[in-house]
Design a protein around this ligand. Structure first.
Ligand SMILES: *Cc1c(COP(=O)(O)O)cnc(C)c1O
Length: 415
């Protein structure tokens, strides 16, 4: 036995505690639960999102444009809130595009990425005048055909599959063989073809990965991103006016993970933006962030249905689980299952703690929200809260699996 202490979750302080009850959006969780009239639900705190954006604005260089990548949380109220705080929105489907347009965001501040855009998707994008991040030569020809048919000249960027890798990213989305973007080495030929088509070239979209908690790796990938953009710009039919450098900023989910230190990233970006001002004069530099803006602001709330013991272990069986929150169950791309941070929202601290496993109602051993965690001793009716649930929760879960009731969502605007 080693006496090394097991790693702990980063402190969760985004929701204050009053009278031993978690406060979300300035209101006691118990009051929110009564108003909802039912559990489980997701609650999103608009003030916490605003604080994340403010932190980025304070630390990162002023010239950088911040976009919200909607797939992290497409709830219309969340998108409308973030549309008002950021400089634009990134969408990845026609459904997201409709939500984005409904916020009144200028079409030029919306970009549409995603492999496999259908002709209907592209038609909507061309009609709306949003920037289309083209993911292949074939997609470029289909956009051009729509341009000819509609008499429009749609703004387009090329999504590049970079020839470098974002090290230590939770999810690598660039380098090697990928369905995303056009391999960097094929982009020069594509740019020459683009020059002959009725398309308005604006620039490049280079996204190398996501959920990164290592500043050095992010700084390095960003430097490589700008280098690649400069190289590719040499073959562009006109000046690059828009460069989306991706995002990748992670949030702490699991024991041992810490919040990202923005200082080194800010320092790196200051140098890179200064250089870009000379090499791509006038170009708008966009950073697109999903989870960094919403994850910390969201809580998933379910209720204990049963407390039982099995061969010396305690199980809290709740009415929520994998079907509502796939990521917290460990089944959304994780290789090794680890616990999200949890608490009892109506009894945050208690004299009596116990080790429990929090599971859902599904008939599968995969339905785990927390394995062997220390929580206050719980009883049926208590509210189990899963922190860090504002991104890739509701919309990223198989809600039809086992036909249990759907969770609800509530957005709590800042006071
Ligand atoms: C998913 C995705 C994002 C958002 O990633 P986060 O980790 O949530 O910040 C941004 N850009 C693209 C192209 C994506 O596919």
């Amino acid at each position: 036995m080693s006496d090394k202490k097991p790693p702990e979750h980063a402190p969760m302080e985004q929701f204050p505690v009053e009278d031993n009850c978690l406060q979300i959006g300035g209101r006691p969780l118990t009051a929110i639960a009564s108003e909802m009239g039912t559990t489980p639900f997701y609650a999103y705190d608009g003030a916490v999102m605003a604080a994340q954006v403010e932190k980025l604005r304070r630390e990162l260089p002023a010239g950088l444009h911040l976009h919200y990548a909607m797939k992290a949380n497409p709830m219309p109220a969340v998108v409308a809130h973030l549309a008002g705080l950021t400089d634009g929105l990134d969408v990845a489907s026609a459904g997201e595009l409709r939500i984005a347009l409904a916020t009144g965001t200028a079409p030029r501040s919306i970009s549409f990425a995603g492999p496999g855009k259908s002709d209907e998707d592209l038609r909507l994008a061309v009609d709306a005048g949003v920037i289309i991040n083209m993911e292949s030569e074939g997609e470029m020809q289909r956009v051009a055909a729509l341009a000819t048919a509609t008499g429009r000249t749609p703004p387009v960027a090329i999504r590049v599959n970079p020839d470098f890798e974002l090290k230590a990213a939770g999810m690598k989305m660039g380098s090697g063989a990928k369905p995303f973007g056009v391999d960097a080495e094929r982009v020069p030929a594509m740019l020459r073809a683009l020059g002959e088509l009725p398309l308005e070239f604006v620039g490049f979209h280079i996204f190398s990965g996501s959920q990164n908690l290592r500043p050095e790796a992010i700084v390095e990938a960003q430097a490589s991103t700008f280098e690649l953009a400069y190289r590719l710009a040499a073959d562009a039919p006109r000046a690059v006016t828009w460069l989306n450098i991706g995002g990748g900023l992670g949030v702490p989910y699991f024991p041992g993970e810490q919040r990202l230190d923005l200082a080194p990233i800010a320092a790196g970006l200051r140098g890179l933006l200064a250089e870009a001002a000379e090499k791509l004069p006038g170009a708008e530099i966009v950073m697109e962030l999903g989870r960094y803006l919403t994850a910390e602001a969201g809580a998933y709330v379910c209720q204990v249905v049963d407390r039982k013991e099995s061969r010396g272990e305690v199980f809290l069986i709740t009415n929520g689980g994998l079907h509502h929150h796939l990521a917290a169950s460990g089944n959304f791309g994780q290789v090794i299952r680890k616990n999200y941070p949890l608490c009892l929202g109506n009894r945050v601290r208690a004299p009596e703690m116990e080790e429990v496993s929090v599971v859902g109602p599904l008939c599968t051993p995969l339905d785990i929200l927390g394995a062997k965690m220390r929580l206050p001793r719980a009883a049926p009716g208590d509210l189990v809260v899963v922190y860090q649930s504002g991104a890739y929760g509701f919309s990223a879960s198989p809600r039809g699996f086992l036909s249990h009731p759907e969770p609800r969502e509530i957005f709590l605007p800042p006071a």
